[in-house]
Design a protein around this ligand. Structure first.
Ligand code: AMP
Length: 397
């Protein structure tokens, strides 16, 4: 079966086209600057990238561009759109309605639409992507894979905020968690790498990219995670603050006279590595500046690592110990210094990194010292593969 995986954002669509027999990516690409006078399309086939520019009015036009690229690009990978046998869509917020991936029906679309207030930036473009794809490929199964689904097994002790209960009952205000496909994938890979069954395995997964979250995973289920109602809670991120005293928002309003939009922008777009360093949301730039003696860049790295370490400690408590700590995402996979900073000092808790293995790690790797009770692993995430697998499985039923 050939499966197209779609990740639709507000002004871009990322895609990967899989052949499921070998789970090989036949083509992958990005359509961006949707709605701007000049859009951009990049497609990669067999390591060869090809880019061109053209106006792309909306998601519907973008999806047509994707199918055309697959059929008529410099290296066409299909002869007709009928060769796309199923489409998998990343959907950010499934609320409490979805504990697993589902085939998209009218009722599913309605349920995703009903969760727009919980994810106003993400669910609307996800819906546009689905509608565009369904319009062009009406006869194939479309499957929704939710960022929130893996965390739906969390117990109420982990997902409830200590707010008036009516806010949960009436408005579904609770912790949901995100990056679920990534946490699910790397926790399973980690168990496999250690020759363990995921059903009897405790691990702490750290997805550190531009967005960052951690999860405590017991026996294949997420039992706690650092993101909450929205992807703002938890770790320090590229531009997001993560955890803070909620009274800071009242303070910003009453003392500085900021309105809700301005406060939202500070917390989501001007904080994190960018806010602390004053330089960049990109870990590479901040690391370079810190190495050159930039004090605020160094502070940003220290706060970033300290927050991860605090969550490792709390998740060791939640799980009653763990077999592994797993690092993934652009930073978790590539930045050995951050892995070391986040785990150094935890030796009494059975966590001991091997400096040499950590420095050399490429791809999947065990970077823990031989006598580390808790293994420290690096596992490149592959959310698209999870989406493709779920889609093929559901489409095949
Ligand atoms: P992601 O959102 O998973 O693509 O991750 C983006 C983050 O990963 C950015 O902060 C990048 O600076 C960081 N990153 C990506 N590649 C590397 C690398 N080779 N070394 C260090 N950081 C990296």
């Amino acid at each position: 079966m050939k499966v197209l995986v779609i990740n639709a954002g507000s002004s871009s669509i990322k895609y990967q086209f899989f052949t499921m027999a070998t789970e090989r990516v036949i083509a992958k690409g990005l359509v961006e600057r949707i709605g701007e006078p000049q859009g951009r399309v990049v497609q990669e086939v067999d390591g060869q990238k090809r880019e061109h520019r053209l106006p792309i009015a909306n998601h519907s036009a973008a999806f047509q561009v994707i199918v055309r690229e697959l059929m008529e690009g410099e290296s066409p990978v299909i002869k007709s759109k009928d060769e796309i046998e199923a489409v998998g869509h990343r959907v950010v917020h499934g609320g409490e309605a979805f504990k697993a991936s589902v085939r998209i029906t009218e009722a599913v679309l309605k349920a995703i639409r009903a969760r727009v207030p919980l994810a106003p930036l993400h669910n609307p473009p996800n819906l546009s992507g689905i509608e565009a794809a369904q319009a062009l490929l009406p006869d194939v199964p479309h499957v929704a894979v939710f960022d929130t689904a893996f965390h739906q097994e969390m117990p109420p002790t982990a997902f409830m905020y200590a707010l008036p209960y009516e806010l949960y009952e009436q408005d579904r205000i609770r912790r949901y968690g995100f990056h679920g496909t990534s946490h699910a994938y790397v926790s399973r890979r980690a168990a496999a790498m250690l020759g363990r069954l995921v059903e009897h395995f405790r691990c702490i997964t750290c997805h550190l990219g531009n967005g960052c979250s951690m999860a405590a995973v017991r026996d294949g289920h997420s039992v706690d995670t650092s993101m909450g109602l929205t992807p703002l809670e938890g770790l320090v991120m590229g531009t997001r603050s993560g955890d803070l005293d909620p009274a800071i928002t009242f303070h910003l309003a009453s003392v500085k006279g900021l309105d809700l939009g301005e406060i939202n922008s500070i917390l989501n777009r001007e904080s994190g590595l960018l806010g602390l360093s004053g330089l960049s949301n990109d870990m590479r730039s901040v690391t370079e500046a810190a190495a050159g003696g930039h004090a605020r860049a160094k502070l940003a790295l220290d706060v970033f690592a300290y927050r991860i370490k605090k969550y490792i400690g709390s998740y060791l408590a939640v799980l009653g110990g763990a077999e592994a700590i797993v690092f993934t995402g652009g930073i978790g996979e590539n930045n050995g210094a951050m892995r070391a900073a986040a785990t150094t000092g935890l030796e009494e808790l059975g966590v001991k990194i091997d400096a040499e293995k950590n420095a050399k790690a490429r791809g999947e790797a065990d970077v823990s010292a031989a006598d580390s009770r808790v293994k420290i692993l690096v596992v490149p995430t592959n959310e698209e593969l999870v989406i493709a697998r779920d889609t093929a499985e559901i489409a095949g039923k």
